[in-house]
Write a protein that binds this ligand. Sequence first.
Ligand code: SAM
Length: 445
Amino acid sequence: MVGGRPILRQVCVPCDKALPTEARPEALAWLQGLYSKFDPELVALAAKMVEVTADIDRRRLSAGCADFDGELLYILIREQRPRLIYELSPNAGHSTAYMLAAIEQNGFGYVKGFELDAALGGNTLETIRRTAGAVGSFDRYRLVLGDATQTVPKELEKDGEGPDFILLDSVHEDYFARFYFDILLSRLKATVMIQDVVHYDPRPEGSTEADYVLRVLGDSGTPYLPLAHYEDLLSPQRSELSPRRPVRSSSVLLESPVSWRDNPEAPDYSDTAWGHLLKLEGLLSRGAADRVVAAFDPVPHAESTKGCEIPSRLAVVGSKVNMTSAVIDWSARARAAARDTTHAAGYRSLLRCADAYLRIGMRNEATESICEAARYLKVRPAVDRGKIRREMLELAGACPRLLPSLIRSGGVGTLAATRHMGLKMLKDMARPFVRWGRSAFTGLA
Ligand SMILES: C[S@@+](CC[C@H](N)C(=O)[O-])C[C@H]1O[C@@H](n2cnc3c(N)ncnc32)[C@H](O)[C@@H]1O
């Protein structure tokens, strides 16, 4: 029996139809125990990973592994001592580094990575060697290039018993989840981490992969541990660890085999703030403003709703049906939550709040929110500024009233804003001619 697996099964939560909202004391105690056991190793590794992460950022290899996920990968592999780890997919090897460091300490086992892109940072194997080889022995690493849906079945045949530890962070689409449940998780006995599934709000990640994973886990009654619920609770144990990629984990941990069946039933989110938000947004998109007003309150589990995504979206819904108090309350909550520097995309929520304030005529609050979004960039050195500025400009394109405040706050440069708006105007002007040209061409053909 692999070390630690029976404990993992005991502390995981079966979530039949809805999202897990609370941390479990047994699971917390288990994780606290693991952190204490490997504390000196984690402190040393985190310090090394600061440099590894900075190197990845300098080379503009943007993917990466959240700090909490990396730590969990390390301590689980140390505790369980797996023989063979499958990683789908390593990208530049940030998550691989944590795993290879643990394998090196174990003096046992190896990691097999499955990656589509052969040219990451010029040459993917060399890039992973530079990243993961900096903290672990590269002799214990194999890279399989190609589409994982083709390469994994072939490698499984060669590997006999198959992996006993699996990390999944590859294609965030349902076809890929269906593939890995079918070929790996329904057949093998392994510890599995699936990244990008459920946030601490609680809210599912917005991908068809996450939707499919939660359907399968709920439908089959498979116990799983939503890591996001434990991150804050473990702050005392993590306080000595240098921050590397401080974004929140949205991973789940489980044990396979999972009794998978295709076309799993959808979870029922109706008694969650997330489900309520989706219902209100649905009513709004159908133009049923009166029903939105009637149904808005009470928001289920409002008091335990965390983060800034759900509150900022509730504020936008409120603004579209002129519910001033809802905009004020939910925007305040979103703005407070966005001060937490571990949100990867809190600036988006701040811009959303600005948009909601403007809609109900609260210009000063809108400007403040925009300034907060611009400050957000300054306190997060590792964020992808280019991408965020593009998103800011897109928002300004959809809501030009925000543009002057965005420029004043330093969120976007005047030149970039003028260019973006000019191009947008040209495109808008050209659209009727393009449409006319297309229909004339179709008519002629
Ligand atoms: C989110 S990144 C992985 C990040 C990585 N875990 C880390 O710590 O940086 C997803 C990776 O999946 C790879 N990928 C996408 N489609 C794939 C496929 N069909 N087979 C294998 N890899 C694939 C991408 O090239 C990308 O490198």
